[in-house]
Design a protein around this ligand. Structure first.
Ligand SMILES: *Cc1c(COP(=O)(O)O)cnc(C)c1O
Length: 394
């Protein structure tokens, strides 16, 4: 073997020394509130399975049934011969659910964001983006080659300053935010941004990956939560988190969707979902509409867990949603905290730079509708015991 890649080995070594090297934990059971990772039963606070749908019998049955009828794979990209009726049915279903003209499904939320931003803008255009927007938005912005103008997190005055600075310049403008920020659990300032978009003639786009199935009526997301129907041009959602399966979608006008059918590169150049995926997603939307109590339970669990953490002296940052970060400061501390917790029977991931800024490392927890109050009380007890021992809380 040549030495051409030896710099990677050196980098890995330096991560080991710094305590930020991460081994992948193996999930040996289905994704459940108490699951088996690396041979150990632990309380699982590390999934995005908000509504407990990832292992729901109705979704599993829908997958089995679709695989038996239509096979394991679609055989092609959407624009060649990989558009199955079941893909179109899912897109119509999502559009009706979200109360928009049309929707297009991508292989992932990542592909939906990156593919859409890169398709609708070009080098002469401008993107005004919250500094904590998701990596898939950032990559889409870079791929578009548009000029990127970052505004301070959730700061509408700064966003407006950015827009004003573009007065008189040519090019289109896209104002873009996460609906719920994935590492902090706070909610995007959609109403203020929608006003700005209208005043400055910008396209308004929201990434609702963590709001789909969580916020709004029956989980319709932040646009419904803030009652901004008709005021957000491009809505992105994910099928990978609360919906429990895999995929991402874009919602908007019929022409936006038709345009993406022609120009979004992941749509044109990457194979469509297996039919089983589309079938399971539809089963999940059935459950969202028929069992809104799941979402109530998610929020009840969220309150119970957050109140317990705060009462015991934890710092949970700015979170307003089921994503609850526990702030610890240094990345090495976050990873050590995560390891100690695992030893005591709780799995929550340590997150440090570059996923979050230096000095803002944390463990991230997500409770789901499927956690029982007993399990959550036990989780709070473990977190408190380990954090006290490690002097993370006084
Ligand atoms: C997870 C996430 C995505 C990507 O969704 P996938 O379907 O997992 O690819 C996009 N945006 C945000 C804000 C996310 O948290």
């Amino acid at each position: 073997m040549s030495k051409a890649l030896s710099y990677l080995t050196e980098q890995l070594e330096s991560w080991r020394k710094a305590g930020t090297y991460q081994r992948l934990r193996e999930l040996e059971s289905p994704c459940e509130p108490v699951a088996r990772f690396d041979g150990k039963e632990v309380i699982n606070l590390a999934s995005n399975n908000y509504l407990g749908l990832a292992n729901h019998p109705k979704l599993v049955e829908a997958e089995r049934d679709a695989a038996r009828r239509y096979g394991a794979g679609s055989g092609a990209v959407r624009t060649i011969s990989g558009t199955m009726s079941i893909h179109m049915e899912l897109e119509r279903r999502i559009a009706a659910f979200k109360n928009v003209e049309a929707s297009v499904v991508f292989q992932s939320g990542f592909a939906a964001n990156a593919g859409t931003v890169a398709a609708i803008l070009g080098p002469e255009d401008h993107i005004i983006s919250d500094e904590l927007n998701h990596a898939s938005i950032i990559d889409g912005c870079r791929l578009s080659k548009a000029k990127i103008h970052i505004f301070r997190h959730r700061d509408p005055a700064h966003a407006e300053e950015r827009l004003q600075a573009l007065n008189g310049q040519s090019g289109r403008k896209l104002l873009i935010t996460d609906g719920v920020f994935s590492m902090d659990g706070d909610i995007g300032i959609l109403p203020q941004l929608a006003d700005l978009a209208e005043r400055y003639g910008a396209i308004m786009m929201v990434d609702d990956a963590h709001a789909s199935g969580v916020l709004g009526k029956n989980g319709r997301g932040t646009i419904d939560h803030f009652n901004l129907h008709g005021r957000v041009d491009v809505q992105v959602g994910t099928l990978s988190k609360a919906i429990g399966v895999l995929g991402g979608y874009v919602c908007g006008s019929r022409d936006l969707i038709e345009f993406l059918y022609h120009r979004a590169r992941p749509f044109l150049f990457s194979t469509s979902h297996p039919p089983a995926v589309a079938a399971a997603c539809m089963a999940a939307f059935d459950i969202l509409e028929q069992e809104p109590e799941r979402i109530d339970r998610l929020w009840k669990n969220t309150r119970l867990f957050k109140d317990g953490l705060k009462a015991n002296g934890f710092s949970t940052g700015a979170s307003e949603t089921p994503i609850t970060p526990i702030m610890v400061g240094e990345a090495a501390t976050a990873h050590a905290f995560s390891r100690e917790l695992f030893g005591e029977g709780l799995y929550a991931t340590g997150i440090g730079y570059p996923t979050v800024p230096q000095g803002k490392a944390r463990i991230r927890t997500i409770v789901t509708a499927a956690h029982s109050p007993d399990v959550l009380e036990r989780a709070i007890e473990i977190l408190t015991r380990v954090a006290t021992r490690m002097r993370i809380i006084g």
